[in-house]
Design a protein around this ligand. Structure first.
Ligand code: ATP
Ligand code: MG
Length: 455
């Protein structure tokens, strides 16, 4: 077991200090699970018999984020082997048992205890209920977690229906952990989720969003969405995605199958650590297909599905309280995903304006995933990618040949026409038909004459 990382050292150090003060203290939860699996834990948690007040006394500069639940953050600031000063916190939680849950998410009250065995009973899944002695590295298993780790099974600690009824978020956590590790959800645990899925709305939308974003960006998104579907959670949290099932597509473009299969294949292509906007773009790019499905004389068509989908994606992003920046990027991915079909026919100026979209690399990557999840022809992708990388930024966004001031100096009156004229000049500049200020002004004059004569 590798406890040599800086965080591991910090956490074991804190646990040892607590022991030196006469308390019991262990590493607990996800970090023990990950250490046993040979994975690098994201964070380390310590559980102890010391009360929050004791912990604060022993470690100056702590902050009691959730003192009512017995949780104190101990900041770690020290020089590390890599030379970068460490700056993070270790969560130290007092052993406790949870009282009744009346809101479907948080315990009404908690009872501190001296007993580690009692503390693990309140935790969610057996694989998350293991303790590790910080001195001997011995693992204490009061819940059968090691057996389930070995058997690749995700199982609640205690009666599943009761544990999910207490805290509905655990249903999404079950799917996330099962997908992340490729584990099967144990039968009773699985049935309990199906039974209670419609109650997931007791969890805040932000928490639901965070779970879904983790599922999408941890590298096993297809598996997570298949499990969301099988557990009946999908229709609750993302009914628009559930509706993709059975929506047929023209086989010549989509030999893979219906819109749901296509979307799952995109999710399968999302690597661990991908951006949440790309992940949401992949999930939602065809969300407009179910409502626009129609059988035209020639083939199945989805007229305007990118536009309809953009509106639906906006509604979904708002529902999940996504930040404005992320929402804009997701909507841009959905709205523009069909434009690659035209890239070889676009005028230079149109193509350059297309390349100006913020984070154009994400547009490219979504298009690549879209192709690889259907006909697998990357011709248009390669064309766009090569062109995008070949063009220097000053050609994608050239310094304007003329500005509004030049128009005023040439005797034009400021107004809505200005933008039109300046855009026309910029287009001509990007297409290569004008390259000097004089030519630009000449073009303005031509445009203006044509305009006035047709008015
Ligand atoms: P991750 O690798 O995603 O951080 P984790 O298992 O460490 O996974 P955390 O959310 O960091 O999960 O929580 C730490 C521990 O706290 C869990 O391992 C589990 O023992 C307990 N826990 C967290 N959330 C819940 C919950 N909703 N109900 C019961 N126990 C929970
Ligand atoms: Mg954790």
């Amino acid at each position: 077991m590798n406890l040599s990382s800086d965080k591991a050292q910090a956490a074991t150090g804190i646990a040892r200090t607590l022991r030196q003060h006469g308390y019991s203290a262990y590493l607990v939860g996800g970090c023990v699970r990950d250490l046993l699996l040979g994975r690098e834990p994201a964070d380390y948690d310590v559980s102890t018999s010391a009360t929050p007040r004791d912990v604060i006394r022993i470690f100056p500069q702590t902050y009691a984020v959730g003192a009512q639940f017995g949780v104190v953050l101990v900041p770690v600031r020290r020089d590390t082997a890599s030379g970068e000063p460490a700056n993070y916190s270790i969560e130290v939680a007092t052993f406790r048992s949870d009282g009744a849950y009346s809101d479907g998410r948080h315990p009404d009250e908690v009872q501190f205890s001296n007993d580690a065995r009692m503390d693990v009973q309140r935790r969610d899944f057996t694989i998350n209920g293991l303790l590790m002695d910080p001195i001997s590295s011995e693992v204490l298993d009061f819940v059968g977690g090691r057996k389930d780790l070995a058997a690749h099974v995700l199982r609640t600690i205690g009666e599943p229906a009761q544990r999910f009824a207490e805290d509905k978020l655990r249903m999404l956590r079950a799917v996330r952990f099962a997908a992340r590790f490729g584990y099967t959800i144990e039968d009773k645990t699985f049935s309990a989720i199906r039974e209670l899925a419609s109650q997931i709305h007791q969890v805040s939308r932000e928490r639901i969003r965070d779970e879904i974003l983790k599922m999408l960006t941890e590298g096993r998104a297809r598996c997570a969405f298949e499990l969301l579907d099988q557990t009946a959670l999908l229709q609750e949290v993302l009914p628009e995605i559930k509706k993709m099932q059975g929506v047929q597509q023209p086989p010549q473009y989509h030999p893979e199958g219906d819109v749901w299969i296509h979307t799952l294949m995109l999710l399968e292509g999302l690597p661990a650590g991908c951006s949440r906007t790309l992940a949401l773009g992949a999930l939602l790019h065809d969300v407009g297909k179910p409502p626009t499905f129609r059988i035209a004389p020639d083939r199945i068509r989805f007229d305007q599905h990118a536009e309809v989908g953009t509106k639906m994606a906006e509604e979904i992003c708002r529902r999940f309280r996504l930040s404005n920046d992320d929402t804009d990027q997701v909507l841009s991915l959905v709205a523009n995903h069909m434009r690659f079909a035209d890239v070889t026919r676009m005028k230079e100026s149109t193509l350059k304006r297309f390349f100006r979209l913020p984070k154009f690399e994400e547009q490219l990557e979504l298009h690549r995933l879209d192709c690889m999840s259907s006909h697998r022809d990357l011709g248009l992708y390669e064309f766009a990618r090569e062109k995008f990388h070949a063009l220097p930024p000053e050609q994608i966004r050239p310094v304007p040949l003329i500005t509004g001031d030049d128009l005023i100096a040439a005797g034009y009156r400021p107004g809505p026409l200005f933008k039109e004229l300046l855009t026309a000049v910029e287009d001509a500049q990007m297409d290569g038909s004008v390259s000097t200020k004089a030519e630009a002004l000449e073009l303005v004059q031509q445009k203006n004459t044509t305009r006035t004569s047709t008015d």
